[in-house]
Ligand binder design. Structure first.
Ligand SMILES: [Zn+2]
Length: 188
């Protein structure tokens, strides 16, 4: 789940930094019946403001009133939604950096037996297998091996070994990055 807005990667024309942050502010211009609207982003280095186009000479009647209200209210949730919209990113030629802007919520550690991930000892064999589903609260590209390691208290190397051994299986490819919900099964 996101913990804050991601960094917007875009070249600053003032200081050559390439990192901007949205603060949830919008600017809307009306020219007769045509609207332009931008999401404002600030250079993290010099504070210069840049504008990401949301609406471009769009007839007011084709804009949902709710969207306009949210822009006038400088709704930070709308900023988050727009940044996650690939159409908005493509149009503005920006990418996102989600580092330090999300966290894994495992709902506590009760789901894990003590020593899970260690060589089986005591009653660990009775665990058999666990099925885990991972839900993305936002489309944040993350390595599933990193999520599984963190969620199961394993090292990345252990996770990669379990995948190679066939003890960790999924219908999706666990190598590379994912940003969609997936499930996996961990067998003992
Ligand atoms: Zn700058």
């Amino acid at each position: 789940m996101p913990t804050c807005l991601p960094t917007v990667l875009r070249r600053c024309h003032t200081c050559a930094s390439d990192r901007f942050r949205a603060n949830g502010k919008f600017r809307v211009n009306a020219n007769h019946k045509l609207l332009d609207a931008w999401l404002l982003v600030l250079c993290t280095s010099c504070g210069e403001t840049a504008k990401l186009t949301v609406l471009e000479r769009t007839h007011v009647r084709s804009v949902r009133p709710e969207l306009l209200d949210r822009m006038h209210d400088n709704d930070p949730d709308l900023a988050a939604e727009l940044l996650q919209d690939p159409v908005v990113r493509r149009r503005n030629r920006v990418a996102l950096d989600w580092d330090n802007a999300w966290r894994l919520d495992t709902g506590g550690s009760d789901h894990l037996a003590p020593g899970w991930g260690l060589p089986s000892s005591g009653g660990a064999e009775s665990l058999g297998k666990i099925d885990v589903s991972v839900r993305f609260a936002a489309r944040i590209p993350v390595r599933p091996t990193r999520l599984i390691a963190e969620g199961c208290g394993l090292s990345r190397a252990e996770v990669e070994r379990l995948i190679r051994e066939g003890s960790l299986v999924s219908a999706v490819r666990l190598t590379g990055k994912l940003s969609d919900d997936f499930t996996f099964t961990l067998k003992r």
